[in-house]
Design a binder for this molecule. Structure first.
Ligand code: MSP
Length: 526
């Protein structure tokens, strides 16, 4: 058996406090896409996701639903799994923080921190944001409200345990400095240093007595482990860390990539590495902080009536179109914007016109001029073809590098540059004129190059739009598995004896713009 390099990738574990919207789906889709890419590149990739089921907020929501917290989270975890199934998310494990495999280890870790003196007992008074389950100091508040979510905060005091963060501040700064790959994009690191570390890192309150839906501190059971210490350790407990069987842990830790939204960057870039340092464990290689999907009127919220659920889009427009839109819209440097107009426009112009028509025209021409049999390209250099090949190779290199940097939005942008260039190649070569003038050799080369480029486009789209890629390859008649590998992207002149399908079927049906915009808007309000 060959020994593949491992790649451990995680999503945040989601609060099951409501139905998941496209924002949550975005994070998971991004992780799944990178997992698929890594698998395609020959890695043994392992994807972890799950639900963060403790805390006051969950307790309150459960009560509102006339359920015990356990009944409530059981049902919600099932909902989450159902959604990920519908979205074809290839996770390897789904961890729930209420599972004994997790709670037992959280208790052990807390105990250990008490023994090492990293955790001490004190009194906490602060401004508490219930939805974020976080205390803030007065100076951290923005206009007297939560700096993370902007909601109301309450002054609260309780006996509590603290984690000595201060002790690790310098070590963390040094680590940041020596590991440029640790935080992506880099400006997030600067934010952490300027906003939280330089002003003086506060010790973190890691227990609560004000509610009881959580993991009890073994040696002081009126205390519940504060939800972030509970939540963050899921990345370890899911691998069996400190359990009787540490096989997975030994194999996959440290994580290669942990994906988090910008709102939880602070917890993952400061507290998480410090917990790991205190446990004497290696830190994850990279933490990728992504931006948000916003609506025209700001954040998605039920009260604003602007929430989009992934199921609604998938049902009407298909999984691939939904994933494409989400991944394309959120670039590394800023938030993405969901608008019904933008969705329909991308669908019609990018998917239906640029990609769908390219395939359709190519299949039709191959049928018309060569009875569907892919013409053999004898490699005779021809200026237009050479230039086209060169452009394609460079573009593929660029796309590969962007995938390697986890910059999926820009990678997709560059895939579309390749698609447009391929469309332009038809205008440059004018195959119908070549046919009329009986320039057969040139015509063979043109159709061959079109098919070859579509094969390459299908392959670079595989991590994002698996069904579409497979459909493109099917229509091109390519079933040789050697022509479906990432390595085959650099190859020309390999497609032999292939016959394209007789009648091209549209990859995406053109949408009626007005109708569909109305449809999405109505769905947002329901
Ligand atoms: N439970 C914590 C995470 C604990 S990880 C140890 C949590 N859960 S959450 O459900 O509120 O958010 C989960 C993820 O969804 C976060 O990464 C968050 O950034 C992401 N998103 C929530 N809304 C989003 C958008 N509108 N757009 C993109 N991502 C968004 O925080």
């Amino acid at each position: 058996m060959e020994n593949k390099a491992k790649f451990y990738i995680t999503t945040p574990i989601y609060y099951p406090s409501g139905k998941f919207h496209i924002g949550t789906a975005y994070t998971t889709t991004l992780a799944d896409t990178i997992k698929r890419y890594k698998t395609l590149r020959g890695y043994d990739a392992y994807l972890l996701t799950g639900t963060d089921e403790h805390g006051q907020k969950i307790q309150t929501v459960a009560e509102k639903n006339n359920k015990t917290p356990q009944e409530y989270v059981d049902a919600m975890a099932e909902e989450a799994k159902k959604l990920w199934k519908e979205m074809d998310i290839q996770y390897d494990d789904f961890i729930r923080t209420t599972e004994p495999r997790h709670t037992k280890i959280v208790q052990k870790i807390f105990d250990r921190f008490m023994e090492t003196g990293d955790i001490y007992k004190g009194n906490y008074e602060g401004w508490y944001c219930m939805p974020c389950e976080t205390y803030f100091t007065k100076t951290q508040l923005v206009d007297g409200r939560c700096p993370d979510c902007g909601r109301e905060v309450h002054l609260m005091k309780e006996e509590a345990y603290f984690f000595n963060m201060k002790k690790y501040a310098d070590r963390l700064l040094k680590y940041y400095d020596e590991h440029v790959e640790f935080v992506k994009p880099e400006y997030r690191k600067t934010e952490m240093i300027n906003n939280f570390i330089k002003p003086g890192l506060e010790d973190l309150c890691v227990s609560r007595t004000s509610f009881d839906w959580g993991v009890k501190v073994l040696k002081d059971p009126k205390h519940i482990v504060y939800v972030w210490l509970d939540a963050l350790t899921n990345y370890l407990t899911a691998l069996g860390y400190m359990s009787d069987d540490e096989t997975l842990f030994k194999k996959y830790w440290p994580a290669d990539l942990q994906i988090v939204g910008k709102d939880i960057a602070r917890f993952h870039l400061i507290y998480w590495p410090i917990f790991l340092m205190a446990l004497d464990l290696p830190l994850p290689k990279t933490i990728l902080v992504h931006n948000w999907i916003m609506m025209k009127d700001g954040k998605m919220s039920k009260s604003k009536g602007n929430v989009i659920y992934p199921e609604a889009l998938i049902e009407r427009y298909g999984l691939d179109a939904t994933k494409y839109y989400l991944l394309r819209e959120v670039p590394e440097a800023q938030d993405g914007l969901f608008t019904p107009e933008g969705f329909v426009e991308r669908y019609n112009s990018n998917l239906c016109n640029d990609l769908g028509n390219l395939l359709n025209r190519t299949v039709a021409m191959c049928n018309k001029y060569f009875d569907g049999v892919v013409p053999q390209y004898n490699g005779t250099p021809n200026e237009i073809d050479l230039e086209f090949e060169k452009f394609t190779q460079e573009q593929i290199k660029k796309i590969e590098q962007l995938y390697d940097e986890y910059n999926i939005s820009i990678a997709l942008q560059e895939v579309w540059v390749l698609i447009s260039r391929t469309n332009k190649y038809i205008d440059e070569t004018l195959p119908w004129v070549l046919a009329k003038e009986k320039q057969i050799e040139k015509l063979e080369s043109t159709i061959y190059h079109l098919i070859e480029n579509l094969r390459k486009i299908a392959l670079v789209l595989l991590p994002v739009m698996g069904n579409t890629s497979k459909e493109i390859l099917r229509q091109l008649g390519i079933d040789n598995s050697n022509l479906k590998t990432w390595e085959s992207l650099t190859k020309y002149n390999q497609i032999t004896k292939t016959k394209v399908i007789q009648k091209g079927e549209p990859l995406f049906m053109r949408l009626n713009t007005e109708e569909e915009i109305d449809y999405i808007k109505k769905d947002m309000k329901s």
